[in-house]
Design a protein around this ligand. Structure first.
Ligand code: GLU
Length: 477
């Protein structure tokens, strides 16, 4: 067998163009989000373009709602695309034109076989135990002998030799051309097939690098036939192993959330999500935590692993925690507001926004998610009188409330600084033979009404004297 190597473009001079080509038959899956992210990083790190193509040719299953959900998911993840998203279905006429061109040039032919004939061929092949790939009897029949009947346009696949594809992740893969059939390009109703649409669109969009799930690897061989027939240069292919769950099986609902929007609604920060998804199947030395700028600089196809990565919630959370801690306060406020909108909560008031921003340095240290951050922020989001929750209320027994009553005048005159406040509260606790913790518990209940909050001194500094004193007064005996 002669191995026929496909012509590869010289990419050193070509500006990079990548694309994400989701089918809008469902929401944005974590795997799709990672594919989009890889394409985005690859293009953005090289001053290239990242395009979006909605593969909506399955009219029955594609919906505008799904398309919108995919765009929303990408937007949440911060993956911006160049130009308008392209509808694959809208290009049907162009796809058909390419099939007709191939017919005119002799790399495709009219096939008049009916469904029944094809089925009969397959049954016979099965019975004989041979290959069931359909071999059309029309491949070499001259035009003059064609009937006046509906026909499909089929590609003339190479019958012998082999095809090798150099994949940036999988390496060189070769298949015998006897495994390729004369696939239909244009159905007898004039509609183009998906495989043709993908190739024509990628070519027309100037896509230089196709980075996608390895479930499309076998498609690449069939697609390569079309490139070759048209004399088009092949893009660089990188087929990325799918994502597995912790048990080593393909990630599915069984493993928990699989939709990008679900992670948004659980309140994971987009930067942490990007970092985690970038690491999921790609590595750069032993770097785990990195910024977007680093990811853009480092991301390359050589760093993509050959075996499937396993989704690990703990790692995701660990990175999210670090990204929240490292984020700018105003940016976190903005993202917290978007999170609240995403889960259908009312908008923050001006006062709540101010409070949240002022408290942010004390909130962001240990939070992995926005719900955690906002729980800690309850003291700036709630209005007086603070209604302590059940657990917190236990810290407000009669004794504690009496001590809080004593604290009020002292807070009114103390200079409003951390050291002084700590001194006042500690001295009062000592005077009553209590540990600081016990009094702090009561004070926390008065100021926040929750067990989870920043330290009582941080809260007092954020709230200011008047509001703090008023809350302590409300809770005291
Ligand atoms: N529409 C395909 C999918 O959602 C992607 C095809 C491609 O990337 O070539 O899996």
């Amino acid at each position: 067998m002669v191995s026929e190597r496909l012509k590869l473009p010289d990419m050193s001079q070509t500006p990079v163009v990548t694309r994400f080509a989701p089918s809008p038959t469902g929401a944005l899956h974590i795997g799709g989000a990672r594919t989009a992210l890889f394409n985005w990083l690859y293009a953005r790190g090289r001053g290239g373009k990242f395009l979006l193509r909605i593969e909506d040719t399955d009219r029955a299953r594609s919906t505008p709602e799904n398309t919108q959900a995919i765009l929303d998911g990408l937007t949440w993840l911060g993956l911006d695309w160049d130009g308008e998203p392209i509808s694959q279905a809208a290009g049907a006429e162009r796809h058909a034109e390419v099939a007709r061109q191939m017919l005119a040039e002799g790399s495709a032919y009219k096939c008049f076989s009916t469904q029944e004939e094809i089925e009969a061929f397959r049954e016979e092949a099965r019975a004989k135990g041979g290959s069931t790939l359909f071999r059309s009897p029309w491949r070499d029949v001259a035009e003059a002998e064609h009937p006046d009947a509906p026909f499909a346009i089929r590609i003339k696949a190479p019958r012998d030799g082999a095809t090798t594809i150099r994949d940036e992740v999988q390496g060189e893969i070769t298949i015998g051309n006897d495994q390729l059939d004369d696939m239909v390009l244009l159905r007898s109703d004039g509609s183009p097939v998906y495989m043709l649409a993908v190739v024509v669109d990628d070519h027309d969009m100037g896509v230089t690098h196709v980075i996608r799930g390895d479930d499309h690897m076998t498609n690449a061989f069939r697609q390569a036939m079309i490139y070759r027939a048209m004399g088009w240069e092949l893009p660089v292919f990188a087929h990325v192993p799918l994502i597995f769950g912790p048990d080593g099986k393909k990630l599915s609902k069984r493993h928990g959330a699989t939709g990008a929007a679900e992670y948004q609604k659980m309140g994971y920060p987009a930067a942490g999500m990007r970092n985690y998804l970038t690491r999921l199947g790609w590595s750069h030395g032993d770097a785990e935590y990195f910024s977007d700028a680093e990811a853009r600089e480092w991301f390359d196809l050589g760093g993509i692993g050959k075996s499937p990565a396993r989704f690990d919630m703990k790692k995701l959370e660990n990175l999210c925690r670090q990204h929240i801690a490292a984020s700018d306060d105003a940016a976190l406020l903005h993202e917290a507001e978007e999170f609240l909108a995403a889960i259908g909560r009312p908008k923050l008031t001006e006062g709540q926004r101010d409070g949240l921003l002022a408290a942010m340095p004390h909130l962001k240290e240990r939070a992995k998610t926005f719900p955690e951050l906002l729980e800690k922020a309850h003291f700036v989001l709630a209005d007086r009188p603070i209604a302590p929750d059940e657990k917190s209320a236990k810290n407000l027994d009669d004794v504690s409330r009496g001590i809080l009553a004593e604290l009020t005048p002292q807070l009114q005159t103390a200079s409003w600084e951390r050291d002084t406040l700590e001194g006042v509260v500690t001295a009062l606790a000592e005077a009553h033979g209590l540990g600081l913790g016990k009094l702090a518990g009561a004070l926390r209940a008065a100021l926040a009404g929750r067990m989870v909050s920043p330290s009582v001194f941080d809260m007092m500094l954020v709230l200011g004297r008047d509001e703090s004193v008023a809350r302590v007064k409300d809770a005291s005996a």
